[in-house]
Design a protein around this ligand. Sequence first.
Ligand SMILES: *[C@@H]1O[C@H](CO)[C@@H](O)[C@H](O)[C@H]1NC(C)=O
Ligand SMILES: *[C@@H]1O[C@H](CO)[C@@H](O)[C@H](O)[C@H]1NC(C)=O
Length: 320
Amino acid sequence: MSILLIFLLIATSATLAFGQGTRVGFYQRTCPRAESIVTSAVTSAFRSNSTIAPGLLRMHFHDCFVNGCDASVLIDGPNTEKTGVPNLLLRGFEVIDNAKAQIEAICPGVVSCADILALAARDSVVLTRGITWRVPTGRRDGLVSLASDTDILPGLRDSVTAQRNLFDRKGLSVQDLVALVGGHTIGTAACGTFSHRLQNFTADGGPDPTIAPAFLARLLALCPSGGDPFRRVPLDDGSEGRFDTSFFANLRNARGVLQTDQLLWGDASTRTLVQRFLGVRGSASLNFGVEFGRSMVKMSNIEVKTGTVGEIRRVCTAIN
Ligand SMILES: *[C@@H]1O[C@H](CO)[C@@H](O)[C@H](O)[C@H]1NC(C)=O
Ligand SMILES: *[C@@H]1O[C@H](CO)[C@@H](O)[C@H](O)[C@H]1NC(C)=O
């Protein structure tokens, strides 16, 4: 090996040690099987129960918006993020733990839980027939996890302005907002998260007028007043298991389930983006699958810890 090559190698590893953000293939040398282990763990969980896919996607989102994508959502214990109200129905923790255990067995102390979660979210989209993207890695795991920090997560009745402001504070655009909400093309919501829309929503006691009448009748049948608030209803009526643009078509047709979702059609700035993802705006149309991947990469880099910040957890549920 030439002196120059050795010098270059040392220079490269020094840059990595100090951390200049994430990059694709971070574990290529140190744990080449890391990504395929995550994929196989997510795939086997998905084969036994496909609802794991939206579960992992949502978990990654809830991780990133609270103290950055640093796996703080995975920590067990009293008053950790996991115990915060917006996180009570998160699922898929066991899939991350399983992937982590397999990776630790071959490359201990190398691969962060934050990266495993980012990769698992991407794999969840691919399993539901979305378009893949390359996930930059090199995140480190955080040392802080507080339930009170989960207050920042979006509320069920947030206006479009509030949603846009939250994304803006994290460096994400209105297009990122609409694309990422488009992740609701898979998954379900509990009746309790939208039943306030079904009756006594307006001043005169009527339902949310932005719900199509036939769809309202169906939602009321699934979630009657006084019924089970935990019953799950698909967020993308008719196409809940498939990662496609049907969710946006449902918004256009007044068949959104969550209030915050349907509002994206009511507001001119976000409606234009919904139309572009639906391809109805000609040359201004956007490929939802491609743009979703792009926005996911941006989201998965929110306030990341790299270099020597944070740690590589031994188990994802506890700080070392
Ligand atoms: C999949 O998991 C969900 C959540 O735990 C559960 O409600 C559902 O019944 C499961 N489905 C199957 C087919 O096991
Ligand atoms: C309807 O909403 C109003 C105002 O929020 C509330 O005071 C009233 O009790 C509600 N009525 C029913 C039947 O829930």
